[in-house]
Design a protein around this ligand. Structure first.
Ligand code: 6AU
Length: 264
C-alpha cells in the first residue's frame, strides 16, 4: 500500500472527502507552500499588516484571536478579504478542552463566533469524544474541519503514549477531524493531515519551554504535512517577507525530498 506521505498534496486533495482538506491540499499545490504562519501579535493593525505581507507565501494563517486587544467584527471581515486575496485558509488555534455542550457555545457564539470564519480549529480530547461531537454539530454544517492535539511541542508535555493513541482512534472514526497537531504522520487508516508547530531553522527553543526542529526533520523524516512558524518569521530583528520565503522554500524542499526518497 502506498503511504499518504508518498503521495503528492494534489493527489491527496483529489481523493479527500472533507471540503476543508480538499481546499487546503489544492492551495498547497497552487502556491507550492506547506507553511502556516502563527501570527501571535497583539493588535488588529499588526495582524492585518502581517497577514497581508506574508499572505502570498502561506497556505494557512493561524490566529489566537483572543490575544488581539482591539478585536472587532471588522477584523474578521478584513481577514476574510485577505484570505481570498492571497489564497490561504484561516485556522483559529482555540484549543477547546471542555465538555461537548460547552464547546458548542464557545465555538459558535460569544464575541468571536469562531465557526463563522475559521476554516479550521483544534481541540484537546481530554474530556472524551463528546468534545468532537459537540464541535462537529456546529462545524459540519458550515463545512469546517478540526485538528486534534495528539502531541505538543513544549518541554515536558503530557500528550504521549496511550493518550496520543486515543487521539488517533478518535480521529479515524470522526469525519469532522481532518488531522492533528503533532510531530509526525500518525496513521495510514485514513488521510489525516499533520500540522507541526515548534519549527525553527536556527533557534533551539525559547525561555518558556518551546522546542524547535527543522522543516527537514519534520516533513522529510517524520512525514508531517504543514509546518507552523511564528517567531521564526516575525520575531525581533526579522524581515517577515524574507523569512516567510525562506521557510516556504525550506518546507517545500523538505516535501519534495520526502516524495523523492519514498518513491525511489
Ligand atoms: O513558532 P512560535 O514558537 O513563535 O509559535 C508556535 C505557535 C504558537 C503556539 O500556540 C502554537 O504554535 N503551538 C501549538 C498549536 C499550533 O496548537 C501546539 C503546540 O504543541 N505548540 C505550539 O507552539 O501560536
Amino acid at each position: 500500500m502506498v503511504s499518504y506521505s508518498q503521495m503528492t498534496y494534489a493527489q491527496r486533495g483529489k481523493q479527500h472527502t472533507n471540503p476543508v482538506a480538499q481546499e487546503l491540499f489544492a492551495i498547497m499545490e497552487r502556491k507550492r507552500s506547506n507553511l502556516s504562519l502563527a501570527a501571535d501579535v497583539a493588535t488588529k493593525a499588526e495582524l492585518l499588516a502581517l497577514a497581508d505581507k506574508v499572505g502570498p507565501y502561506i497556505c494557512v494563517l493561524k490566529t489566537h484571536i483572543d490575544v488581539i486587544s482591539d478585536f472587532d467584527a471588522d477584523l474578521v471581515a478584513q481577514l476574510q478579504v485577505l484570505a481570498s486575496k492571497h489564497d490561504f485558509l484561516l485556522f483559529e488555534d482555540r484549543k477547546f478542552a471542555d465538555i461537548g455542550n460547552t464547546v458548542k457555545l464557545q465555538y459558535g457564539g460569544g464575541i468571536y463566533r469562531i465557526a463563522d470564519w475559521a476554516h479550521i480549529t483544534n481541540c484537546h480530547v481530554i474530556p472524551g469524544e463528546g468534545i468532537i461531537q459537540g464541535l462537529a454539530e456546529v462545524g459540519i454544517p458550515k463545512g469546517r474541519g478540526l485538528l486534534l492535539l495528539a502531541e505538543m511541542s513544549s518541554k515536558g508535555m503530557l500528550a504521549t503514549g496511550a493518550y496520543t493513541d486515543k487521539n488517533i482512534e478518535m480521529a479515524v472514526r470522526n469525519d469532522f477531524v481532518i488531522g492533528f497537531i503533532g510531530s509526525r504522520r500518525f496513521t495510514e487508516e485514513r488521510d489525516l493531515i499533520t500540522m507541526t508547530p515548534g519549527v525553527g531553522l536556527h533557534a533551539a527553543g525559547d525561555a518558556l519551554g518551546q522546542q524547535y526542529r527543522t522543516p527537514e526533520m519534520i516533513v522529510t523524516e517524520n512525514g508531517s504535512d504543514v509546518i507552523i512558524v511564528g517567531r521564526g518569521i516575525y520575531g525581533p530583528g526579522k524581515d517577515p517577507v524574507t523569512e516567510a520565503q525562506r521557510y516556504r522554500d525550506a518546507g517545500w524542499a523538505a516535501y519534495e525530498k520526502r516524495l523523492f526518497v519514498s518513491n525511489s
